[in-house]
Design a protein around this ligand. Sequence first.
Ligand SMILES: [Fe+2]
Ligand SMILES: [Fe+2]
Length: 164
Amino acid sequence: MQLSARMLELLNTQLTNELYSAHLYLSVAAYFEAVNLKGFAKYYQEKSREEHKHALLFFDYIADRLGRIQISTLTEPPTFQMYAVLDVVTMVYDHEQKISAAIQEIIPVAINTEDTATRVFAEKMIMEQVEEEATANILLEKIRFIGDDKGALLDIDEDLAEKD
Ligand SMILES: [Fe+2]
Ligand SMILES: [Fe+2]
């Protein structure tokens, strides 16, 4: 079954969204390098790689369904200069929620066009988002909890540096 034009558009949009997420998290990593929190920087570099992998999942899915893959220009991400750490991790959590909502948009279109394969694929990606949102929220709550405690912030940085 061929992908509908609307579905192809939604899938290509999500491919771009995932590439932008990779871009955004690399900019987050750069922010943490600038403020000398190397553990955070490493953590977000890895997050960026994961987002690139998500993009390739959409790439491969569109290819398998014989759709035309479109690689679009990415918006320049913010540099986060003058941001507090709490603002940055809050932005990451908000971003993950937006991504979940964007993937969610695929579901009703899949149902309306009886495109079961895309519905199942999108559902898998949504389940992945549950984890992504939870992880982003845990880090956000930790940073909120420690407030202005620089020592605690350095402890979190060390913990993140040890993550693989
Ligand atoms: Fe993603
Ligand atoms: Fe994500």
